[in-house]
Every structure is written in C-alpha cells, then in structure tokens.
Write a protein that binds this ligand. Structure first.
Ligand SMILES: Nc1ncnc2c1ncn2[C@@H]1O[C@H](COP(=O)(O)OP(=O)(O)O)[C@@H](O)[C@H]1O
Ligand SMILES: Cc1ncsc1CCOP(=O)(O)O
Ligand SMILES: [Mg+2]
Length: 248
C-alpha cells in the first residue's frame, strides 16, 4: 500500500469497498456491550471479519492477528480500561491502524480523561458525534471525524465533508459505533486515513439512503441498512456519494 495525499471521491469509495470485499480484513473490536452484534454484522456485510473478545488473557493475540482495531468507550469499567491499554500497546508496536470512539465522554469527567489519555497515544482516527468531539480538541490522532447530518473529516492538511445518510440513523442505537467498525475495515486496505474514512462514511451514508427507501421507520430501517451495506454497487456509490472538499 502507498500513502497518497489525494482528496477522496466516489471513485475511492467504490474502489476501497471492492478491496475490503476481496481482501476480507480482520477487524478486532473492543466494542461496548450494547451494540456488539450490530457492529459485527456491519463489518461482516461490508466484507470484513470481526472479532469481539475483551478478555485480558486473549486480547494480545487477537490484536496481533487483526488488520485494524476499533476501540469504543460506550461501556467502560476498570477491567475494560486495562484491556484497552494492552490492545493499544500491541497495535502501536505493530503499526496497526486503530480508531477511538469516545462515546459519551461528554457525560463523565473520568471517561473524558481516559479518552484523552488514549488519544495522546496516537490513534489513527478519533471519531465522535458533535457533543463528544467538542471536548476532544487536542489530539495526536492523524484524523479527526465529527459525524452527524453532515460528517466532517480533517487531518490538518485536508478537510472533507460527507453529505450522505438519513435521519433514521440517529434513531437506531449504534450507527456511530458501527461506523467505527466499518472505518477500521477500510483502514485495513488503505493507509491514507482520510481516503479510508471518507470512503467508509460515504458507503454507509449511501447505504442508509437506499435502506430508507425500503423501510417504514427506524425498526425496519436497521435490517434494511445491513442489506444495503451488503448489496451496494459501484454504480449506487457513484450516483449517490456527496463528498465535498473543504478549506482547512
Ligand atoms: N440527521 C442525519 N442525517 C444523515 N445522517 C446522519 C444523521 N444523524 C446521524 N447520521 C449518520 O449516522 C452515523 C452516526 O452518527 P452520529 O449520530 O453523529 O453518531 P453517534 O451515533 O455516535 O451519536 C454517521 O454515519 C452519520 O453520518
Ligand atoms: C446507548 C449506549 N450506551 C452505551 S454504549 C451505547 C451505544 C451508543 O451507540 P451510538 O453512539 O453509535 O449511537
Ligand atoms: Mg456514538
């Protein structure tokens, strides 16, 4: 893989999705206990292979065998903090890409401090919603992502917005967490974190739009979204992706 400094387009999104489907990267998830299944399904339907253990005895081996790691702080306790620290050490030593989702760091001082501690260890990406990212101002991450009705991505040199998605994504618990897993799968096939993440978010956003056309509300939207993620084509992405380049 070569590191490019291109700006992402729908062409990158379609190309990287094809690479994920062909290469089937392993994504290890230290995922909150609320949306483990939904996140694992999201990674699987785009073509990746998820693993989900958070056992202290196993984490080093699982991260060592993974192509990318996603760390989500949604349900945090002392044991999980210890396991996350081990996972980050292994990922950094092997230069594996990793993403942090500082879920609800705006609710608790202790969680915010832990999120900041992790982000100081140099993740490839930090992604959160607007309330969370408002508190993550100082970051050693290569790329910052704030999701919402419009997703904003910046690596300090390039800035991009993605204007895909659907309001029902905000009414299904775990779409943000799932996006962290899908972004990790794309990072496994593309070293340029901005190209990888913009592509992953364009694919998830376009899939959500297609799912919304089939669904009656948030309940039927959730399985339709997984169907669309599994079935989305290059043509769908080229027709729908709305990726804009912004000034930094
Ligand atoms: N109103 C919306 N319109 C379109 N897409 C949305 C909307 N709200 C959230 N999304 C999408 O849902 C996913 C989760 O984003 P967000 O709700 O910001 O995160 P979280 O679930 O962590 O709070 C992202 O892919 C984002 O693009
Ligand atoms: C509700 C909740 N509580 C702890 S983790 C979690 C899921 C958060 O999911 P998302 O941020 O993707 O909506
Ligand atoms: Mg979230």
């Amino acid at each position: 893989m070569t590191v490019s400094r291109s700006l992402p387009t729908s062409h990158h999104a379609a190309d990287l999705l094809a690479k994920v489907r062909a290469r089937r990267p392993r994504v290890h998830c230290l995922m909150n206990t609320v949306v483990q299944k939904f996140t694992a399904d999201g990674i699987t339907v785009v073509g990746g292979i998820p693993s989900m253990t958070s056992s202290r005895d196993e984490i080093a081996d699982f991260v060592a065998k993974a192509d990318a790691l996603t760390i989500n702080l949604g349900t945090l306790d002392a044991e999980r903090r210890a396991v996350i620290r081990i996972a980050v050490e292994i990922a950094n030593a092997a230069a594996k890409p990793w993403i942090v989702d500082p879920v609800h760091c705006d609710y608790s001082r202790g969680r915010l401090e832990f999120a900041r501690e992790l982000i100081a260890l140099g993740p490839t990406i930090v992604r959160g919603n607007a309330a969370e990212m408002a508190l993550i101002t100082d970051t050693r991450a290569s790329l910052r992502i704030q999701t919402g009705p419009v997703d904003l991505l910046s690596d300090g040199q390039r800035a991009v917005s993605i204007q895909n998605g659907h309001g029902w994504m905000a009414q299904v618990t775990g779409t943000g967490c799932l996006s962290g897993g899908v972004i990790a799968a794309f990072m496994a096939v593309e070293k340029d974190a901005l190209l990888a993440a913009a592509s992953a978010l364009a694919v998830t956003g376009c899939s959500a739009e297609m799912a919304a056309q089939e669904a009656k509300g948030p309940g039927s939207f959730e399985p339709a979204f997984l169907d669309a993620l599994a079935n989305i084509t290059t043509e769908n992405i080229r027709e729908r992706a709305r990726i804009s380049h912004e000034s930094c």
